[in-house]
Design a binder for this molecule. Structure first.
Ligand SMILES: *Cc1c(COP(=O)(O)O)cnc(C)c1O
Length: 435
């Protein structure tokens, strides 16, 4: 038994060492922080799931018997797209080399051109806007919901101008954006709604598969995503205006169905059969991965929702969030430590977590601050097609989210016991530092 006095002394010393304020006295029976020598809340470290194996081997073996590895009419590509449609029933679907490529293809199909504005989230992978900028469009970054971390439809509406052509709704962490009002805005202002579902494989908005409410859906198969081919992507649409353009826009502008020369300009973003073989197999794993992550993330919310000083990841009860990661917010007014100290204490409890997500909102990255996209220049601004100045662009909630967000690793290898332990750690650490 450690005496109360020595516990307080040790606690204060540890806290002073992290630069945080003195914690309040521990309540009788309150568990001691692992950081201060107490028992860890997480009893057993999670083990990473095996993400590929026999299913992929079977497809790859079939692929090796083929006499072509090219995608067009390739059996693996055909099978992969057939399986894709079971998860996301869209008439036109096209495989490509990355999520960034999928988004660039979507941007081309949507007709984004010089000076066209595209409203999107500044907390995302830069791949969301690379295609917009290559088409000489102008990303306009909107503010986000405080705990959904997704586009705030009211702020999107405020940023619509006569030059706005599209909205890219990023389903951050696999949490569906509020698509109904976004789609209503798109319809009212004749905008194209593109869903960036790169982190949202298997998610559902009010029961509907993610990607089926906007005009064009984009998915990534990069190594860290729910399912992977190492790198890769899928772009899909049900819309007769955009769907038929997807294949061309990802394949040098060549229409492989109709022929007829180059009617459109585009680069080569094709995915070959070896990766499509892996994709076909990975799609068989998707529902298991998505369902498991949804369950684990929701369980974490259930267990921490009443902890003072903590704002859980906000998900609509009728949606399925597939938690690419779990993002909670730390309330500095209710806790007597800074975020770094809080995360350090959680990590000591055995929780896999880290402070923040991306370092700064996209528009505060150096390349945006310098407007230096093409050999240090930005033609659309030089030509007077936009007045956008990213050094003056403001998204206050986004800044706050990045300052006090805490990222929890969620993966399908984790057990419910781990999540219960992680939640216990949050309760313990928040209790320790409560004001
Ligand atoms: C990963 C990701 C992308 C880009 O996908 P890549 O396959 O890495 O090019 C785009 N948007 C979001 C939200 C992502 O998470």
């Amino acid at each position: 038994m450690v005496s109360r006095r020595s516990f307080i002394a040790r606690g204060s010393a540890a806290v002073l060492a992290t630069g945080a304020a003195t914690p309040r006295l521990a309540a009788v029976g309150e568990a001691k922080l692992a950081l201060l020598g107490g028992e860890k809340a997480v009893k057993k470290a999670p083990v990473a799931a095996k993400r590929w194996g026999d299913l992929e081997r079977e497809r790859l073996n079939a692929m090796l018997e083929q006499d072509t590895l090219f995608y067009w009419k390739g059996p693996q590509t055909t099978l992969a797209l057939e399986r894709f449609r079971k998860h996301c029933p869209l008439k036109y679907a096209h495989t490509c080399s990355s999520g960034t490529a999928a988004l660039h293809i979507a941007t081309i199909a949507a007709g984004i051109g010089p000076g066209d504005e595209v409203i999107t989230s500044p907390i995302t992978d830069i791949g969301t806007v690379i295609g917009v900028i290559y088409q000489q469009g102008v990303p306009v970054f909107a503010d986000l919901g405080a705990s959904t971390y997704n586009l705030d439809p009211a702020d999107v509406e405020r940023r619509i101008t006569p030059r706005t052509k599209a909205i890219i709704a990023v389903h951050l962490c696999g949490n569906p954006c509020d698509l109904r009002p976004l789609r209503a805005l798109a319809d009212k202002h004749k905008l194209v709604l593109i869903e960036d579902a790169c982190q949202a494989w298997g998610a559902r908005y009010r029961g509907q598969p993610i990607g089926t409410i906007g005009h064009i859906a984009c998915f990534s198969l990069q190594q860290t995503k729910h399912i992977t081919t190492g790198d890769g992507g899928v772009v899909a649409s049900n819309d007769e205006r955009f769907g038929p353009l997807l294949q061309r826009a990802g394949d040098k502008g060549a229409d492989r169905v109709k022929g007829g020369g180059f009617q459109m300009f585009a680069t080569n973003y094709r995915m070959a059969e070896p990766q499509a073989a892996v994709l076909a197999a990975q799609l068989e794993r998707l529902e298991g991965v998505a369902a498991k992550r949804a369950r684990l993330g929701n369980l974490l919310t259930e267990k921490i929702k009443d902890v003072p000083g903590i704002l859980p990841h906000q998900v609509h009860p009728e949606d399925r969030c597939v938690y690419w990661f779990y993002f909670m917010r730390f309330n500095p007014k209710k806790l007597k430590c800074d975020r770094a100290a809080f995360v350090k204490a959680l990590a000591a409890e055995g929780v896999q977590c880290s402070a923040g997500y991306i370092a700064v909102p996209l528009h505060r990255e150096p390349v945006f601050q310098k407007h230096g996209f093409f050999a240090g220049r930005w033609p659309v601004r030089e030509l007077g097609l936009t007045k956008m100045d990213y050094t003056k662009h403001q998204t206050p909630e986004v800044e706050a989210i990045l300052q006090n967000g805490i990222r929890f690793v969620i993966h399908e290898g984790m057990t419910e016991d781990y999540i219960v332990g992680a939640a216990e750690a949050v309760r313990k650490v928040a209790g320790h530092y409560a004001v």
